[in-house]
Design a protein around this ligand. Structure first.
Ligand SMILES: C[S@@+](CC[C@H](N)C(=O)[O-])C[C@H]1O[C@@H](n2cnc3c(N)ncnc32)[C@H](O)[C@@H]1O
Length: 278
């Protein structure tokens, strides 16, 4: 997919992502805290948040760094950054700024950041290695990068099964190895190797089990339809009848995650970090 298509895909998903921001923030909280800790985000830190989306993790970083620090939220979709600006203003966080553009084309002053974070973005990039080289340039020596990606289809059935369904209805195949996709960097060793090959040292990682709790499977379906850009993109060019049939089958799958207390899915993510050599 070309950069311009990726931008269009995420511009379309941005209002939905912003609408579901609170649910996503709660869902991702343990991974977000691990990512911020592993990136060394503390009082006074200068942080770059790549693929920030509507910015819930940007704001957590801004709270941690305080007024002596600074957080730049960067994303390929302008509408996402508009939401970051609004959310930062509403939270009274004046040390948050935004930068539009693809991570692969990141254009910032060399060595101007202490930490770079990227939650649920890197696996979707057309060229994650190029983005990580740009991150390395942006970091000061001994600065840290920390990222969150989904692990594997087997440990994320709530994410994997609907994606398989949408692909089948659309007559498309899953991304080939090495191509962008929600599970592109989740297999054992892939992310560690990518960070090491991109020039980072002291690479460490941990898996974090999460729980996505929502009142009902119907709500989970609406979130997926409105916010999940990669899912929307699979059927976006299909006839209406195909889209309706595909989402109806996804709805059935999501109902299998319903319990007596509502919808509960057990996603798993990987949090990995590396250090720019001195
Ligand atoms: C799954 S969302 C995650 C957003 C946010 N980090 C979060 O966790 O809430 C993926 C984000 O990556 C952005 N994105 C996709 N490809 C990108 C690229 N090549 N460069 C920069 N941002 C990109 C999208 O616009 C979207 O905001």
């Amino acid at each position: 997919m070309q950069t311009v298509d990726i931008r269009t895909q995420w511009e379309g998903a941005a209002p939905g992502w912003a609408r579901w921001e609170a649910t996503i923030a709660t869902w991702m909280e343990p991974a977000t805290e691990a990512m911020l800790a592993m990136a060394g985000v503390d009082a006074g830190t200068r942080v770059l948040d790549l693929a920030s989306g509507a910015g819930s993790q940007t704001l957590r970083a801004a709270q941690r760094v305080g007024a002596q620090g600074h957080v730049v939220a960067s994303d390929i979709a302008d509408t996402m950054l508009h939401h970051v600006q609004e959310n930062a203003r509403a939270a009274g966080l004046t040390h948050v700024t935004t930068l539009a553009g693809a991570a692969e084309d990141l254009d910032v002053v060399a060595e101007s950041f202490d930490a770079v974070i990227c939650r649920l973005g890197l696996m979707l990039f057309r060229d994650p290695a190029k983005a990580l080289r740009a991150v390395r340039r942006a970091l000061r020596p001994r600065g840290k990068v920390a990222v969150v990606v989904f692990t594997t289809p087997a440990t994320n059935p709530f994410m994997a099964q609907p994606m398989q369904t949408l692909l089948r209805h659309a007559g498309k195949t899953p991304p080939a190895p090495g191509q962008p996709g929600i599970f592109a960097l989740g297999a054992p060793g892939v992310l560690e190797r990518l960070l090491a090959d991109s020039g980072f040292v002291d690479v460490e990682q941990c898996s974090v089990a999460l729980a996505l709790r929502m009142p009902s499977a119907a709500q989970a379906l609406v979130m997926m339809q409105e916010a999940f850009g990669a899912y929307r993109a699979v059927v976006s060019d299909c006839p209406e009848s195909v889209r309706v049939a595909a989402w109806a089958e996804v709805a059935e799958t999501l109902r299998t995650f319903e319990t007596a207390t509502g919808f509960v899915a057990p996603p798993e993510v990987l949090v990995a970090a590396g250090v720019k050599p001195a």
